[in-house]
Design a protein around this ligand. Structure first.
Ligand code: UDP
Length: 483
């Protein structure tokens, strides 16, 4: 009989797809018996995400010696009348469910598990129907997982809307949480996203396990609280496997390969002197905000490498990608000339991981996407959190007040996450200027870097967790009737 396979159901965002595939590869590599990977691909929502993913798949197929198969599910008509990205994804996944079911039934080998992205809860119906163990691949922090698991209880306990609530929230394992940092999805009871969040929290407990792209030593108190049932009203939560940081790092460049222009610019800067600003694969800035950053950076006097992207060309389909910025239009006149010696503004996607790995980078203004956070920790770079959406405000809170790897930045959530130039200048000076607050964050980030690398090393906690997971997957493999 053919080797058992792990079926992956990823969503398309670069920050979801690549790490999930990377985690799957880690599972194959660490399994004591041969396993294969079947990656089921749903219709991509934008031409850009389709091309990013197919490029990635071609690279994988060419480079990997592992047993990985990519299978495109038949096309569906994607929704266009959705209220936000959560609803878009849930409905898109729901439309793919019959094809997912058919694809799994059609497999001619035992199925070890169906591993789904956090947005793919409708797929759990298929796993239940076919009695295939389901696992969730969770692309955020353990703190965020605890919030999701606790959300059905919070929904019952809390009597005013979070946005009107005074005081703080109790999330086991975390310092008291101000409601103002909760994900936007939770702020209004009536919104479809609130319902989605609580629904997702309820469904997570159906999974056999939750695979978290995280390191147990980074959030030990939260993970202990989950394991003790303190987030699930005393009921046993699914087993959590912290297997991170899973990062899709590029192999070192060949000697003859010309380094990226951003890296060449960094080569000419002093060690740990540059503040890197980048807002993820979806982040873009308006002209007034770009002007505030320009003024803030100008006044701070610090060196910077700023990835500045413009408004997406197509924002109607739930996942529009930013456009390349027109710098002359977005930036104040004269700014580029005045800061030429100490700043570079890059208008396109930049090689973020290679930039964070560069010795000249000393701080990172990040939108707090989970992959960006892990990449920053992996390279020991302290952060200035500038959250924009989803769970990023909550992550920013945990970076500063739980992990201690970041200096706070005042972001005005009511004004579309606006940051004033003076506030940016203050925070940049605090992080980069050698003061107490910045020094502590830097020390902690370096400590976390060591923790992350040890965890992934032979015998480290994440390495052990992957091994345990692969054994559990092999033990649970199901032979479907047509095999
Ligand atoms: N990224 C990059 N260059 C850019 C912007 C983003 O390489 O200019 C990468 C970044 O390194 C990370 C991913 O895209 O791996 C973004 O994932 P994250 O979870 O941080 O944020 P998202 O884009 O999902 O909001």
């Amino acid at each position: 009989m053919a080797n058992p396979t792990i079926v992956l159901l990823p969503v398309w965002g670069a920050g979801h797809f690549m790490p999930m595939l990377q985690a799957g590869k880690q599972l194959l590599a660490s399994s004591s018996r041969p396993l294969s990977l079947t990656v089921l691909l749903m219709l991509a929502p934008t031409a850009q995400s389709a091309s990013d993913i197919s490029e990635h798949i071609h690279r994988e197929e060419a480079a990997s010696a592992l047993d990985i198969h990519f299978h495109h599910l038949p096309d569906v008509k994607l929704p266009t009348d959705h209220s936000g990205v959560e609803e878009f994804l849930s409905r898109a996944v729901q439309l793919h469910v019959p094809h997912l079911r058919a694809a799994i039934i059609g497999l001619t080998c035992p199925v070890a598990a169906l591993v789904v992205d956090i947005f793919c809860m409708p797929a759990l119906d298929v796993s239940r129907e076919l009695a295939v163990p389901a696992y969730v691949y969770f692309t955020s922090s353990a703190a965020m997982l605890s919030l999701l698991l606790r959300s059905p209880a919070l929904d019952d306990e809390v009597v005013v809307e979070f946005k009107e609530m005074e005081g703080t929230l109790d999330l086991p394992g975390l310092p008291p949480v101000p409601p103002s940092v909760l994900p936007g999805t939770l702020l209004e009871w009536k919104s479809p996203t609130y319902k989605w969040f609580v629904y997702t929290g309820r469904r997570y407990v159906e999974a056999s396990g939750i695979i978290v792209n995280m390191v147990v030593e980074l959030e030990p108190r939260v993970l202990a609280a989950i394991a003790e049932g303190r987030c699930t009203r005393g009921a046993r939560a699914p087993t959590v496997y912290p297997i991170g940081p899973v990062l899709a790092l590029r192999p070192p460049a060949h000697a003859e390969e010309q380094p990226h222009e951003c890296l060449r610019w960094l080569d000419a800067q002093p060690s740990a002197s540059v503040l890197f600003l980048c807002f993820g694969s979806k982040g873009f800035l308006t002209k007034p905000q770009a002007h505030e950053i320009a003024r803030g950076m100008e006044r701070s006097g610090h060196r910077f490498l700023w990835v500045l992207r413009g408004l997406p060309a197509d924002i109607s389909r739930g996942a529009g990608d930013p456009s390349d910025a027109n710098l002359a239009e977005l930036l104040p006149g004269g700014f580029l000339g005045e800061t030429k010696k100490r700043g570079l503004v890059w208008p396109k996607r930049a090689p973020q991981k290679e930039i964070l790995a560069h010795a000249s980078v000393g701080g990172f203004v990040t939108h707090c996407g989970w992959n960006s956070i892990l990449e920053s920790l992996w390279f020991g770079v302290p952060m200035l959190p500038w959250p924009l959406r989803a769970e990023q405000h909550f992550s920013a809170f945990t970076l500063v007040y739980d992990m201690g790897v970041a200096v706070p930045l005042k972001v005005d959530r009511k004004r579309d996450n606006f940051v004033e130039a003076a506030e940016l200048e203050r925070a940049v000076r605090s992080l980069m200027g050698g003061g107490e607050e910045g020094r502590k964050a830097k020390e902690k980030a370096m400590e976390m870097m060591v923790v992350c690398r040890k965890a992934m090393d032979h015998g480290g906690s994440s390495c052990a967790s992957v091994k345990r997971l692969s054994e559990d997957l092999l033990g649970g493999a199901v032979v479907l009737p047509n095999v």
